[in-house]
Design a protein around this ligand. Structure first.
Ligand SMILES: O=C(O)CCC(=O)C(=O)O
Ligand SMILES: [Fe+2]
Length: 200
């Protein structure tokens, strides 16, 4: 996988880029079907938030249900996992991010106004999450469904990303504050968090 010059430039100057067709139609529908089946099977659990040392549940801050995704060859989500692996390599070689391993999480916002309040995925100085890549699995998304990802790049106006099927968004975890606006329909996303190569 290669990043385009425009993507590399955007990541460096603005701290993010989007790509509308990460997997292609057939693979995107296969991955979506598996993500949906997993969400409907009831294996996802309410996401916690950290307040000081404590992990608490507060759906006003974060209303999604989550589960980790492991690499599984020959499945739709396995293909997505492979794409995220190649994306990490491309980010390292083209954008010099020095990324190592990543975690992949499936999140479902069940609708009913579920949201995720404004936050950073990591804080400067800690050698944890360096880059965030999110792939959306929402077929037939329309603006009335809500659940837009709002990026808050430092020093410029907010940018909204519609969570449409096969859209990828990549941003620097320490630089881009972001939030999920209230979702009025079920909203599926798969997020890869890439750690620095030197991270434990
Ligand atoms: O699903 C999204 O668009 C963003 C979710 C998010 O910010 C997170 O899980 O940290
Ligand atoms: Fe986030």
């Amino acid at each position: 996988m290669e990043l385009t010059d425009v993507e590399v430039e955007a990541l460096g100057t603005r701290g993010y880029f989007t790509r509308p067709d990460f997997l292609g139609d057939v693979a995107a529908l296969a991955a979506r079907a598996e993500a949906l089946a997993r969400a409907e099977s009831g294996v996802l659990h309410a996401a916690g938030i950290r307040r000081g040392a404590e992990r608490t549940l507060d759906s006003r801050v974060r209303g999604d249900l989550i589960g980790w995704v492991e690499p599984e060859a020959g499945t739709g989500l396995g293909v997505l996992w492979e794409h995220f692996a190649r994306l990490g390599q491309a980010l390292s070689s083209a954008a010099y991010l020095g990324l190592g391993r990543f975690d992949l999480q499936l999140a479902c916002y069940p609708g009913g106004g579920a949201r995720y309040a404004r936050h950073f995925d990591s804080f400067p100085g800690q050698s944890n999450r360096r880059a965030t890549a999110i792939w959306y699995a929402n077929e037939g998304w329309v603006p009335e469904h809500g659940g837009v990802l709002r990026l808050h790049p430092e020093g410029s106006a907010p940018v909204d990303v519609a969570p449409m099927l096969d859209t990828l968004v990549v941003f620097l975890s320490e630089r881009i504050e972001h939030e999920v606006l209230p979702a009025h329909a079920s909203r599926l996303a798969l997020t890869a968090w890439y750690y620095g190569r030197d991270a434990g």
